[in-house]
Design a protein around this ligand. Structure first.
Ligand code: AQP
Length: 327
């Protein structure tokens, strides 16, 4: 039997090249080697305020982006989190075995709660819901970007705690980070992770940005005061541009050094822009075709949910039995 893979994205904004290089590209690469479930985690998105109509539209957009990136719905299950109620059921049961201190230590909780006057409980519980998503399917591998590594560590802790309290129940999952592109930084500020929720101009390249905008954003990216690429002394902005190029092109470290050493920053940016655009243009063309058939997309999401629901329901049943709930 193939190892099961689970991962997801929040429909909380415009997917950017960080989401693609950190996660989606990896999903496409491994989809034939494992039994994959790729989710649109809408219940995670509502941990922060969302406009309902916009959220509904984003769910469909993200599903179309998964397909445009090359996820094959014949091989993988693509589904929306809220379409399978077992996610919420298991999340509650796991909440009851998770110490609050574990959640308060999460970096994402600290960052997101610092930006708000009043912090919703969902922001704190976010990683428990993520643990439920993964453990529900007994996933062995979870391909994510580096920012989610801490949440995955927590998922393992929750699984181990449950297993030790109630007997072996959950597979303890492993993380899978890409070798290059696990943490793409903001183009305006290479000290900050590229993020959907940062709306500053020049920060991110969205997968659906027009080509002209992509070129402009890259040409204006923050670099450093050196004139040309030197791998030994390059600052974070230049390293970020080089990572973007390398992750899109799959070039080796040696190829990167040969191609870019001594190149002036303006020329580096031109090459990065062309590399990104050469991938994004056909991607956007596929996206347009996919959204022109909304019935097809709805069918993909319905099939995905129908395929995974029996696995999820059977895990919930076992967990209820182990915890002594009424089944
Ligand atoms: N900058 C990044 N570089 C590499 N990978 C990244 N990911 C996110 N940002 C980067 C990975 O993309 C997947 C989907 O993430 P998510 O939708 O759960 O959102 P997130 O991790 O909270 O990241 P965002 O895009 O910055 O969204 P907001 O601003 O809404 O929080 C994950 O695998 C993530 O690691």
């Amino acid at each position: 039997m193939k190892t099961r893979v689970f991962s997801g994205m929040q429909p909380s904004g415009n997917l950017h090249i960080g989401n693609y290089l950190g996660a989606l590209k990896n999903w496409v690469r491994i989809q034939h080697d494992y039994e994959c479930i790729f989710c649109i985690v809408d219940m995670h998105a509502i941990t922060l305020p969302q406009d309902p109509a916009q959220l509904r539209a984003k769910i469909v957009e993200i599903a179309a982006l998964y397909l445009a990136a090359g996820i094959d719905p014949q091989v993988c299950s693509i589904m929306v989190q809220s379409a399978v109620p077992a996610h919420a059921e298991l999340a509650w049961m796991l909440t009851c075995v998770t110490p609050v201190g574990w959640l308060e230590r999460m970096t994402q909780y600290k960052t997101k709660s610092a930006k708000q006057e009043s912090v919703g409980d969902g922001v704190l519980q976010y990683p428990v819901l993520m643990a439920a998503d993964i453990l529900l399917y007994q996933a062995g591998i979870v391909p994510v970007g580096e920012d989610q590594a801490q949440h995955l560590e927590l998922t393992r802790d929750v699984a181990q705690r449950f297993n030790s309290l109630y007997g072996d129940t959950f597979v303890v999952p492993g993380t899978s980070l890409p070798a290059v592109g696990a943490r793409i930084m903001g183009l305006d500020d290479p000290a900050q992770k590229m993020s959907k929720s940062t709306t500053a101009a020049g920060h991110a390249i969205a997968l659906l940005d027009p080509v002209d905008k992509i070129r402009k954003t890259i040409m204006r990216a923050t670099t450093d005061s050196h004139p040309a690429v030197d791998f030994a002394t390059a600052g974070p902005g230049v390293l970020n541009l080089l990572s973007i190029y390398q992750a899109f092109s799959n070039a080796t470290d040696e190829e990167m050094e040969r191609r870019f050493t001594g190149l002036r920053y303006g020329d580096l940016k031109k090459e990065v822009a062309e590399m990104v655009i050469s991938h994004i243009e056909p991607f956007q063309e596929r996206y347009r075709q996919i959204v022109s058939e909304p019935g097809y997309l709805a069918g993909v999401l319905r099939d995905g949910a129908e395929r995974v629901a029996p696995i999820a329901n059977s895990t919930v049943r076992v967990v209820k039995e182990r915890m002594g709930l009424y089944v």
